[in-house]
Design a protein around this ligand. Structure first.
Ligand code: 5GP
Length: 143
């Protein structure tokens, strides 16, 4: 297993192993990895700006502000409504990762964090992520 894979959370490493195993068999026992899992595994390229044990921060491919990045946990939680009590520490660390990124990038004029939960809220990738927007004035309300 590569360095990257060894740093991944159990669920992602598990999915990865199963996917390798199932090559050549027709029954698909594991769901297809999400777009963000493929980015974490470096199977799909992305600009990774920061990486911790639990998360990556990447540039959004369709930026909606001068700074638009996504904070993505390595553990697959499809959306915030499916998070559990046991995810409390990880969820806190995602916010602290956003703060660390903002400090590193000197976003002292402000930034906005957004989570889209569900189709009507605009969620398009079923792998929890926090949007961080900065570099322009934000309107309110945001919808
Ligand atoms: P959501 O709509 O689920 O809240 O956010 C998904 C975000 O992922 C969108 O802002 C979209 O632009 C971004 N995105 C979709 N595909 C890719 C990709 O292949 N690479 C990167 N870096 N971002 C992506």
């Amino acid at each position: 297993m590569t360095d990257i894979a060894s740093k991944m959370s159990y669920s992602l490493a598990h999915a990865f192993r199963h996917r390798k195993k199932r090559k050549g068999i027709t029954k698909n026992l594991m769901p297809e990895p999400t777009l963000f899992q493929k980015i974490i595994l470096r199977e799909i390229p992305a600009e990774i700006l920061l990486e911790t044990e639990e998360a990556i921060v990447i540039k959004d491919i369709h930026p909606q502000a001068p700074v638009h990045v996504l904070i993505i946990p390595k553990k697959l939680i499809p959306r915030i409504s499916e998070s559990r009590e046991e995810d409390a520490l990880l969820l806190g660390k995602l916010l602290l990762t956003a703060k660390a990124f903002a400090e590193r990038e000197n976003l002292s004029n402000g930034y906005r964090l957004v989570i889209n939960n569900g189709r009507m809220a605009g969620e398009t990738v079923p792998h929890l992520h926090i949007h961080l927007f900065a570099g322009r004035h934000m309107t309110w309300p945001p919808c």
